[in-house]
Each structure stands twice: as structure tokens, then as C-alpha cells.
Design a protein around this ligand. Structure first.
Ligand code: GDP
Length: 305
């Protein structure tokens, strides 16, 4: 909670200052207050659609209680945001339970370069091995030598086993090797890194579906999770990437990184709502413990208190 508070500081400052300006000098919630609130949400990168949805819900409640004070508005806003997040995030409890039901549990990680994909994989692997899980990493981003090297460093740091081939080799073949080896060695969790080249959508789609098909030769229902990593500090760019990747493959969960040092933390609400995909992890710093399981209540409390 402390790390989260610290990580969300900038978003918090901006959201809170905008909110307090929205309701400054008002004792009752009127159209003016709602207009200002709408603007504040849009400025925090919540996105137009989601903002309109939130405002409409609040309008409904204001209509039922004409003398609503601004303090009450604050409580209602929190409430509606938690509800909204719950609609898209109800499938998860806040524990890393990978590997308990399916073994090995296979996670395919997608996202463009630079968003924090490798770091997220490394942090997740470390948390899992700390919980006594046996973790295998597959270096299927064979497009960049640096990606393989970086993942190797994280494998050491997190005490996981890495399966890799040379740069330029077939990503699907790396995925096959990783799953085979993980299965043979009774691993709990497999995390497959993939190359995130967005410049050609058809290529991306083909590459990801080829990796999936090959994985299914080893484990028929793999991957159990497709985790899309997005850089939360890029605001609307993150929306755009979510659009591209959800078109290319079935994304089942989101990780939003770099929420520390940005005032754009509102993307968490907007993206989850717009794409109907649960946010599973948030990154609030570069350290191993700075990858947190997303908890809607704690997040909203952190943002508004
Ligand atoms: P990749 O190219 O997507 O694999 O990106 P990397 O994992 O190499 O991350 C790119 C940079 O972002 C690195 O310097 C990371 O330390 C940094 N980074 C990743 N996640 C976070 C985060 O949650 N907060 C901050 N501040 N930096 C992060």
C-alpha cells in the first residue's frame, strides 16, 4: 500500500487538484461541478467513453439527491470507479496463484518494445519463485539480441530457468522447447516473452498464432493467459496499442507499467473499461517488489486519499 501510494503520487496530485478545482467554492453538486469533474477525468487520461459513463452514473445519483454536497460527491465518485473496475476485474482475487490449478501454467506475454515487458516478466518470476514456484522463462523474442540477454539476467536474478536459442531463430520453436522442458521437469509456471513488432499487423497476428499453435502440441490448452504489457505513462498511446494487440490475439489480462512518475494513471480505468480486459498487474517502480497485483479498492483508495 505504501509503495502504491508513493508510486501513484503524481496521478494523485493531478487528479486531486483537478477534482478540488472542479468543486471549489461549491456547497452543492450542480451542472457546473459535473462539467468540471468531466474535464478533470478526461485530463487524467481516463478516456472520453469511460468518463461519460462515470459522469452519467453520478448524474443519476445526483438526480435522486438534489442536495448532494461536494463531500458526498467524492465518496460517490470513488464508489462508481470501484464498481466500474469491478465489472471488468471480478475474475481475479489478489493473490498470485499460478501453477496451483494447472501445471505448468503457461503465460504468453505480449507488448511493444520499451513498455517494460522484460522487467515485468522478471519481477513476476521473482515473486513466483519467492513463493516456492518453479518457473521457466522462454526467450521467444528472438528478434533482438538484447531481449535475450536481458531475460537471461532476469532469469538469474529470479532463480528461474531460461530456455533460449540464438537470435533470429524461430520464436515458435523456442516456445515449444520451453514448454517441453518445463513439462518434463515438473515446472509450476512458464512465462513466454514474445517480440512486439507492431509495424505489421498481419505479421504480428501470424507470429502470435503460430506460437500458440506450437505450444498446444505440448499443452493442449496453453497459453492459459495472454498478458499484454502497456506503458501507463504513454496515455493515449497505450490505448492504441491495446487496440492493435486485442485485434491480433485474445488478450486475457493487462499489466500497466510505469505508473510512478506519471500523472496519467487514469488510463488504468479507461483501458480496462474500454477493452473489457482485467488489469492484473501494475508497475509502480523499477524494483522487484514494484510489480503489484492490481486491487481495485486499494488502487482507488490510493488515488483519492
Ligand atoms: P521491454 O523492452 O518492453 O522489455 O522493456 P524493459 O523491461 O527493458 O523496460 C524498459 C525500461 O522501463 C527499463 O529501464 C525498466 O527498468 C523500466 N521500467 C519497467 N517497468 C517500470 C515501472 O513500473 N516503473 C518505472 N519507473 N520503470 C519501469
Amino acid at each position: 500500500k505504501e509503495q502504491l501510494d508513493k508510486g501513484l503520487e503524481k496521478t494523485k496530485e493531478s487528479v486531486l487538484s483537478k477534482l478540488s478545482r472542479a468543486i471549489a467554492g461549491k456547497s452543492r453538486v450542480d451542472d457546473d461541478v459535473l462539467d468540471n469533474l468531466e474535464e478533470a477525468l478526461i485530463m487524467s487520461d481516463v478516456g472520453v467513453e469511460t468518463t461519460v459513463k462515470i459522469i452519467e452514473r453520478i448524474q443519476d445519483r445526483v438526480a435522486r439527491n438534489k442536495y448532494m454536497g461536494t463531500e458526498e460527491l467524492n465518496a460517490i465518485l470513488k464508489d462508481e470507479i470501484v464498481n466500474l473496475l469491478e465489472e471488468n476485474n471480478s475474475v481475479y482475487n489478489n493473490k498470485v496463484t499460478y501453477g496451483d490449478e494447472k501445471k505448468p501454467y503457461v503465460i504468453m506475454v505480449v507488448g511493444v518494445n520499451g513498455v517494460g515487458k522484460t522487467t515485468t516478466i522478471g519481477k513476476l518470476a521473482a515473486q513466483l519463485t519467492n513463493n516456492g514456484k518453479k518457473v521457466y522463462l522462454g526467450a521467444a523474442d528472438t528478434f533482438r539480441a538484447a531481449a535475450i540477454e536481458q531475460l537471461t539476467v532476469w532469469a538469474e536474478r529470479s532463480k528461474s530457468t531460461i530456455i533460449k536459442q540464438q537470435m533470429g531463430s524461430d520464436p515458435a520453436s523456442v516456445a515449444f522447447d520451453t514448454l517441453s522442458s518445463a513439462k518434463k521437469n515438473d515446472a509450476d509456471v512458464v512465462i513466454i516473452d514474445t517480440a512486439g513488432r507492431l509495424h505489421n499487423k498481419i505479421n504480428l497476428m501470424n507470429e502470435l498464432s503460430k506460437i500458440k499453435n506450437v505450444m498446444q502440441k505440448v499443452i493442449p490448452d496453453a497459453p492459459h493467459e495472454v498478458l499484454l504489457v502497456l506503458d501507463g505513462s504513454t496515455g493515449q498511446n497505450a490505448f492504441e496499442q491495446a487496440k492493435q494487440f486485442t485485434k491480433a490475439t485474445d488478450v486475457t489480462a493487462l499489466a500497466l507499467t510505469k505508473l510512478d512518475g506519471t500523472a496519467k494513471g487514469g488510463v488504468v480505468l479507461g483501458i480496462s473499461d474500454q477493452f473489457k480486459i482485467p488489469v492484473k498487474f501494475i508497475g509502480v517502480g523499477e524494483g522487484i517488489d514494484d510489480l503489484q497485483l492490481f486491487d481495485r479498492k486499494t488502487f482507488v483508495e490510493s488515488l483519492f486519499n
